[in-house]
Unconditional design. Structure first.
Length: 669
């Protein structure tokens, strides 16, 4: 597999990234050196390549916002795009791939994904908008192609952070890490799984052949108990691995706190940052509650009235039209009070003008005028409505409605996630405060409890494994009983577990000497503490008890657990090189924080002897304090295919890429 180009749009610190990663054919110049200051975008570039291969975790709108470049203004219509160009072999034929992943928010503010894989002109596409069945089928096809080049579960062995790999090797875990690397990268683990599956088949077939119901029931109970115990052991092993990782991650802090070390200024800033995050969450909660209260208080307005408006719009129009006609006719009529005032004024005027020959009967005149006013065309069927009711109907007819519930529902999802972290944030603050005061009893207690849990789990695992051994022996007695009756199918099934384990061990023995020879050469070259004095490297021949040992030319064993952190890092990186060469896959190697914890002598050795030979394509992400200008750069100059520097633009909140390594152009670009 060869990476050729990485493109990214609006991903974290990158607005527009288009980086050529090709290396010339052959192994003469396999290194692409990418420099950048801390916070300049090196790890983000690493994440872009990893995310391009295996996808980003974007489950909520907040996940999308956190991955979107900070300088984007119209965030609701912007896409995050990762596009990876690479070449790989399928059935010994080289194929060219373009893998493109696009993420955006739909109108409901939910993240959606679209994936397109172009394999030599053949397109495979799937996305959130597809029907579930079709999407699963298309996604499986794409994942199958990616897995053929580099399975995700193996990627951490070839795309890794040297500092983190160094952290994993603290305490007494080096042999375990080496065993996991060999089992996974060399493909041995699948044979152990096949052997386990074959054992289950044997047990099922044996149960069906037992003649007596009582024996069959007992056998069934034993096999169920065995499966339950195996599951318990698996859970304990997973929890033990978590506890050990916690111990590794917090070991230095624990020791520093014990020695009274602290970093008051940094911790104070962390407290302010966490408090700010908590305050923002509480403000969002207050705003959300106000919105909900307003929505509940006006529920009729937001829910009932729109429905009422829609259902009775025509009827309300008829009511208002009839009422308007009645009002118009009423406006043409004089009320009795108005008529009386007019009559009094007319009589007074005629009297003043002496225009009356005889006294005028105002009552007769009033009746005459009232009788002469126009009568309504038809009776008003809505006369019972008072003016306030008519005004309310008029307002309802001409109102426009909007439903604030969907935005509130979206806020509620994000707010629930943020509120769930408040307790943890408060615990962080208390922990930081305790460290500032020099009395971080919380962290110390948690670390010690974790150590106690490790011992408890190790003890429980020992007991469970002993119980499992006894159960297996009891089940085997039934197997012997059934064996007395010839059954070709059972005999074949019984051979399968042993067969699969033997296949794995045979493969291990086949590659054992190659791995030992390669590592002996590389360790004598790169392991400064024992440079040139390692006589042999021994890898055991049984996968079940896989062990790894080094021996000095003087004959004594060099105990891995007693190596310092830098030496352990070198051992594991030399192992990865051997696995890369003899494993089932041929991926590039990408290393972030390349020097990890290496000392001065180890740095020079790795630059001259390790990085140029670890892979046919090696991408190094380094600050100028790791691979330094001058001697460090000169050591790897002959092996450089391309050099870039990531330059952070703080004002525009983005990273630009320029050719050369911190202003120097040592490559043959």
């Amino acid at each position: 597999m060869l990476l050729k180009r990485i493109k990214a749009q609006h991903f974290k610190t990158y607005q527009h990234l288009d980086l050529d990663l090709t290396v010339p054919a052959g192994d003469e110049r396999p290194i692409i050196l990418i420099g950048g200051a801390n916070g300049g975008g090196k790890t983000t570039l690493f994440e872009a390549i990893y995310g391009g291969l295996y996808g980003l975790k974007v489950k909520t709108a907040r996940d999308f916002e956190m991955l979107l470049n900070a300088s984007v203004t119209d965030r609701s219509k912007t896409q995050i795009v990762l596009e990876l160009h690479f070449a790989g072999k399928v059935l010994q034929q080289e194929q060219q791939y373009i893998l493109k992943r696009t993420y955006m928010l739909n109108p409901a503010q939910q993240p959606v994904e679209s994936v397109t894989l172009n394999m030599d002109g053949n397109l495979f596409t799937y996305g959130s908008a597809m029907a579930a069945r079709e999407r699963l089928r298309a996604e499986a096809e794409v994942n199958k192609i990616i897995k053929a080049n580099l399975p995700q579960e193996l990627s951490r062995y070839f795309l890794f952070d040297a500092m983190e790999s160094g952290n994993l090797l603290k305490q007494d875990q080096l042999n375990r890490v080496i065993r996991e690397n060999i089992e996974n990268v060399m493909g041995f683990q699948k044979y152990a799984q096949l052997a386990h599956g074959a054992e289950l088949l044997v047990q099922q077939h044996t149960a069906s052949r037992l003649e007596l119901d009582k024996e069959r029931e007992e056998y069934h109970k034993l096999t169920v108990a065995k499966h339950t115990l195996e599951e318990t052991i698996r859970r304990h092993e997973e929890r033990l691995a978590q506890c050990r990782r916690y111990a590794v991650e917090h070991h230095d802090t624990y020791r520093q706190l014990q020695a009274g070390m602290d970093a008051e200024e940094t911790l104070t800033q962390k407290i302010k940052t966490v408090q700010g995050q908590m305050q923002t969450t509480l403000e969002r909660q207050r705003s959300y509650r106000e919105g909900v209260d307003s929505f509940v208080r006006s529920l009729e307005t937001h829910v009932g009235l729109p429905q009422l408006h829609q259902a009775f719009r025509a009827e309300i129009g008829l009511v208002l039209q009839s009422q308007a006609q009645q009002d118009e006719q009423r406006d043409q009529q004089l009320s009795p009070d108005v008529l009386d005032r007019l009559l009094q004024q007319v009589v007074r005027y005629l009297d003043e003008q002496q225009a009356l020959a005889a006294p005028l009967d105002t009552a007769d005149l009033r009746r005459y005028l009232l009788a002469g006013q126009p009568a309504p065309d038809a009776p008003n069927p809505y006369a019972y409505l008072d003016p306030a009711e008519v005004r309310a109907l008029t307002a309802l007819l001409h109102s426009s409605f909007s439903n604030p519930f969907p935005p509130l529902a979206a806020q509620q999802v994000e707010l629930t996630e943020a509120l769930a972290g408040l307790n943890q944030q408060q615990e962080q603050i208390e922990g930081y405060k305790a460290q500032i005061s020099g009395h971080d009893y919380t962290l110390l207690k948690a670390y010690e409890q974790n150590e106690g849990e490790i011992k408890q789990l190790e003890g429980a695992l020992k007991v469970h494994r002993d119980d499992l051994k006894r159960l297996s022996e009891r089940i085997h007695q039934f197997d012997i009983q059934v064996d007395n009756d010839p059954d070709p199918r059972l005999e074949a099934l019984q051979k399968l577990p042993t067969f699969f384990r033997e296949v794995a061990n045979t493969l291990l023995r086949t590659k054992k000497q190659q791995i030992e020879t390669q590592m002996l050469h590389d360790l004598n070259l790169n392991l400064v503490a024992y440079q040139g004095v390692i006589e042999r490297v021994e890898l055991s021949e049984e996968l079940r008890d896989l062990a790894f040992r080094l021996y000095h030319t003087a004959g004594n064993e060099i105990y891995l657990d007693q190596l310092n952190t830098a030496s352990k890092q070198v051992v594991v990186q030399c192992l990865l090189k051997a696995l890369h060469e003899f494993g089932d896959y041929d991926p590039p190697v990408m290393i972030d924080t390349v020097m990890g914890v290496l000392d001065e002598r180890s740095r020079a050795t790795m630059l001259e002897s390790y990085f140029p030979r670890v892979s046919h394509q090696t991408i190094l992400l380094s600050s100028d304090s790791e691979i330094r200008l001058g001697d460090d750069l000169e050591r790897i100059r002959p092996f450089l295919a391309r050099t870039y520097t990531l330059v952070r633009d703080k004002q525009n909140q983005c990273t630009d890429v320029v050719e050369g390594y911190f202003g120097q152009h040592p490559s043959h670009q």
